[in-house]
Design a binder for this molecule. Structure first.
Ligand SMILES: *[C@@H]1O[C@H](CO)[C@@H](O)[C@H](O)[C@H]1NC(C)=O
Ligand SMILES: *[C@@H]1O[C@H](CO)[C@@H](O)[C@H](O)[C@H]1NC(C)=O
Ligand SMILES: *[C@@H]1O[C@H](CO)[C@@H](O)[C@H](O)[C@H]1NC(C)=O
Ligand SMILES: *[C@@H]1O[C@H](CO)[C@@H](O)[C@H](O)[C@H]1NC(C)=O
Length: 414
């Protein structure tokens, strides 16, 4: 028994020895790529949400024409947006540098995990950016999508090369398992030679099984059909049992709270046991969000599930807010606002979110994307979308939501 083990080990040493030399270049490039360049400047702590937009030719992070998931609402280049400068900006926090988004690293760390975005079309925007970023990292992986009424799921799965596992099964290299990419690189190298090792290693060997899901919910709290009509129930949240099984939750809601007239998807609003025809929307938002906050406090096991709230995403229809009075949409905007403050200040809803989150006793991370997005009046589709309507609410993909995901990535890995 011992003898067999020893023989197995020395055989592996031999393989490792032969190919280590050839693999040095590969290992180095992997290290360069995955190293977290998370440099906090010496003084003070870093607030990654305070900063400025700077031009960086390494952007965008992916070529939108190669992403098979982009919906027509967000695919600005496909629908003829002529200016491309908006793709070239990187968010630069004042006190630190963000690490580069590393899709492989993201998938490795999220192995077998379920990540769910929950909310309105801003969540759809955010989710689509993430699946494009991950797809760009592992274009050859087996990516499957599933849809049902409320949930869209994209699963990143990579085919295992079974015989490689057979080959290394009996090996015991320094008492470690073989599932690290370095050893797999060595083994692969000995079977295939350099080209496969260099180009397709990670995309074939990793079996991520990562699900990136979208749960459509306009208000987080419920709307129910009753005899009187559609009732928005500020105290009722019935989808929580689906949400709390996830490993990462990214919530968002705001866009629909202020809608009136034909765009208002409810007829009455129920607060406690009282039915109102309408109420102050900021008050309603506060109450609805508080119901969600209570659910997080009572029902979410935050030792298992990471909870994020995607802050208020701004729109750009009122030029007064960026010192261009008279401007009523974003169609002429081709550059961000320079500097780190937005002339129009923060929206009221931002204060509501801050207040409600401050009352949650469990750890919830606010992805505080409001100011950095306010500065990006140039990043909306305007009329370059599949329905030709003027849209200064959502964001082009590739584009600003990629930065939201870079920030999500930092928050997840730290
Ligand atoms: C991709 O994954 C799905 C679901 O696991 C599976 O049914 C399908 O056969 C896989 N496709 C390939 C090419 O491996
Ligand atoms: C939709 O998918 C979710 C998550 O996979 C599941 O919990 C739910 O039951 C499904 N709904 C329907 C109507 O199939
Ligand atoms: C634009 O914003 C300014 C300043 O907040 C406000 O006074 C004005 O009424 C707004 N205009 C429109 C059309 O909403
Ligand atoms: C958008 O703004 C431009 C110029 O400011 C104006 O000519 C155009 O009519 C506006 N379009 C819509 C749909 O508001």
């Amino acid at each position: 028994m011992m003898g067999f083990k020893t023989r197995g080990r020395s055989h592996c040493f031999l393989v490792a020895f032969i190919v280590t030399f050839s693999c040095v270049g590969y290992a180095k490039s992997v290290r360069d790529r995955t190293e977290m360049e998370w440099r906090s400047k010496p003084q003070g702590s870093c607030n990654m949400y305070q900063g400025t937009w700077v031009l960086d030719n390494a952007y965008p992070l992916f070529d939108s024409s190669t992403c098979p998931f982009i919906r027509k609402e967000f695919d600005c280049l496909k629908y003829g947006r002529p200016d491309h400068l908006y793709l070239k900006y990187r968010w630069q926090p004042i006190n630190c540098d963000l690490p580069r988004f590393d899709g492989e690293e993201f998938l490795k760390r999220s192995k077998e995990k379920k990540i769910m975005f929950i909310g309105d079309s801003m969540s759809l925007n955010h989710w689509q950016s993430l699946i494009c970023l991950l797809h760009a990292a592992v274009p050859k992986s087996n990516i499957t999508s599933q849809n049902n009424d409320s949930v869209s799921t994209v699963i990143f799965q990579v085919i295992r090369l079974q015989f490689i596992y057979l080959f290394i099964f009996n090996c015991n290299f320094h008492g470690r398992k073989y599932y690290t990419s370095h050893i797999e690189c060595l083994v692969l190298f000995s079977i295939f030679g350099s080209s496969i090792c260099k180009h397709t290693l990670t995309s074939y060997i990793q079996d991520y099984g990562v699900s990136v899901m979208l749960f459509h919910s306009l208000f987080l709290v419920d709307i129910e059909e009753e005899d009187i009509g559609r009732v928005l129930k500020l105290d009722s949240l019935s989808s929580g049992n689906i949400w709390k099984d996830m490993d990462v939750l990214v919530f968002n809601t705001w866009l629909w709270w202020y809608r009136t007239g034909i765009k208002q998807p409810w007829d009455y609003v129920e607060d406690g046991n009282v039915i109102h025809e309408d109420m102050d929307r900021m008050v309603a938002f506060h109450k609805g969000l508080t119901t969600w906050a209570k659910w997080v406090n009572s029902d979410v096991d935050t030792t298992k599930t990471r909870v994020f709230f995607q802050g208020i995403s701004p729109s750009h229809y009122n030029g007064t807010n960026w010192n261009e009075p008279g401007v009523t949409n974003c169609s002429m905007e081709v550059e961000p606002i320079m500097g780190s403050t937005y002339p129009g200040g923060l929206p009221l809803a931002w204060y509501v979110v801050k207040d409600v989150l401050s009352r949650i006793t469990k750890p919830v991370h606010l992805l505080d994307i409001t100011t950095l997005s306010q500065l990006r009046k140039d990043a909306h589709p305007a009329s370059y979308n599949g329905f030709k309507g003027m849209d200064c609410t959502h964001w082009c993909i590739a584009g600003l939501p990629d930065t939201w995901n870079e920030l999500l990535y930092v928050a997840l890995v730290n």
